[in-house]
Design a protein around this ligand. Structure first.
Ligand code: SF4
Length: 420
């Protein structure tokens, strides 16, 4: 399989512009800027069928097409590099090992949506990545690929690197926009969508790091070439993050639609301890519903995981063996979302806190009869009743853990101890 996103990462000094150029880098942005119109770039991306890699899986070409063409307001391109979903560490590889692949994707995307100012919003904790990107952006200006009159085409683009301050919620696109504006990162109600009313009320497009890093290859080889990788409606390669109880954790670039079993047993090397059995897998970062061991033949793509009752999310695959207490795992996840809730809406602000308290007391052997039902009821009342997806992200794992491992929750309450 031809690598698209990780082809350069093992080269010596892969983060430098000279290494990137020697491997054919920045040819695609030249092709786009010199031989294609913005609309032709969008059409090529539409042909590729690529869906956003940040979690929602919305088609990228369609998203670019929503940015109004004949609007006199400034347009903004934003790269969401606020990678904070537990179990997810894929964008970090691109940022640290191949920053120019990302920058080239941002330049092409900015040209397509007619933006002359772009931002990379990077997670505050990614200090190393921030320093790498800072240097890479300076190199790109020096070569004349950013700034005024890029490659003599008349196209101008400035790129600002903006650091987050450690809030998970700023990965949500509207909270991210507030943060860039200098405000507290609070999610906004949608509609209006960022394409109409974005940063400083101007049309704004936001894409994830991995999504944008695919753009140079799509422009170089064509959308049709890209559309043949993976499966129908789930095209391209994907960076899968493997972690938990497996022998070879890491980031793997493989086509969308690979069986989860193949990822865990062939690429990940199987269970960490040979005498342990697979118990559960979270396939898309901690916010998606958990899968049981007998669902391990599911295909890792947007549609197959949805049909299996979960989501591809960020493809942060967390593998759990039979030593894991499901009450404890649910408590860990819930504690995170309760801490990260911005507090704007009551179901999320109060509900995540209640769920955390219920789980804490169950885990500590102080659970009471009816707590499992109460926990599920609270989660159900959060689901779909909040401004942003964090509410669902907190509720969905709780509901799925209770649905699939109810006996462990009941055992904790009755026996005041863990089952495993
Ligand atoms: S769902 Fe939670 S994080 Fe999102 S806006 Fe409401 S309170 Fe804030």
């Amino acid at each position: 399989m031809e690598l698209i996103l990780t082809k350069n990462i093992h080269k010596l000094n892969s983060e430098s512009i000279d290494v990137y150029l020697s491997g054919g880098g920045y040819r695609s942005h030249e092709k786009a800027l010199k031989t294609m119109t913005p609309d032709q770039v969008i059409e090529e991306v539409k042909k590729s069928g690529i869906r956003g890699r940040g979690g929602a899986g919305f088609p990228m070409g369609g998203k670019w097409g929503f940015v109004p063409k004949d609007d006199s307001r400034p347009h903004y391109m934003v790269c969401n590099a606020d990678e904070s979903e537990p179990g997810t560490f894929k964008d970090r590889i691109i940022i640290e090992k191949d920053p120019h692949l990302l920058i080239e994707g941002i330049i092409i995307g900015s040209y397509a949506i007619r933006a002359h100012l772009a931002f990379i919003y990077i997670r505050g904790e990614y200090v190393h990545g921030y320093n790498i990107l800072k240097k890479a952006i300076a190199e790109t200006y020096d070569k004349g690929f950013l700034g005024k009159n890029i490659l003599g085409t008349g196209f101008n683009l400035d790129l600002i690197l903006h650091r987050g301050a450690g809030a998970y919620i700023c990965g949500e696109e509207t909270a991210l926009m507030d943060s860039i504006e200098g405000k507290r990162g609070n999610p906004r109600l949608k509609p209006p969508f960022p394409a109409q009313i974005g940063i400083f009320k101007n049309p704004t497009n936001i894409n994830n790091v991995e999504t944008l890093a695919n753009v140079p290859a799509i422009i170089e080889k064509g959308g049709e070439w890209y559309s043949k990788i993976g499966r129908a409606n789930n095209t391209g390669t994907k960076l899968y993050c493997l972690s938990g109880h497996i022998k070879r954790p890491g980031v793997y670039e493989l086509p969308l639609g690979i069986p989860l079993r193949e990822l865990i047993y062939n690429h990940g090397g199987g269970m960490l301890q040979d005498d342990r059995k697979l118990k559960a897998v979270i396939p898309g970062g901690s916010s998606v519903p958990v899968l049981t061991a007998d669902q391990v033949d599911v295909l890792m793509d947007f549609d197959s995981l949805q049909a299996a009752g979960s989501m591809l999310g960020s493809a942060g695959i967390i593998v759990m063996d039979d030593s894991v207490c499901m009450v404890k795992a649910t408590h860990r996840i819930t504690k995170f979302y309760a801490h990260e809730s911005c507090g704007q809406c009551t179901p999320c602000r109060e509900g995540t806190g209640w769920m955390e308290k219920l789980l804490r007391r169950m885990e500590a052997g102080r659970g009471e009869n009816g707590d499992t039902e109460l926990l599920y009821d609270v989660a159900q009342n959060i689901l779909g009743n909040t401004i942003c997806p964090l509410g669902d992200a907190a509720a969905m794992p709780v509901m799925s853990f209770v649905e699939k491992f109810r006996e462990e929750f009941e055992f904790h309450i009755s026996n005041k101890r863990c089952m495993v």
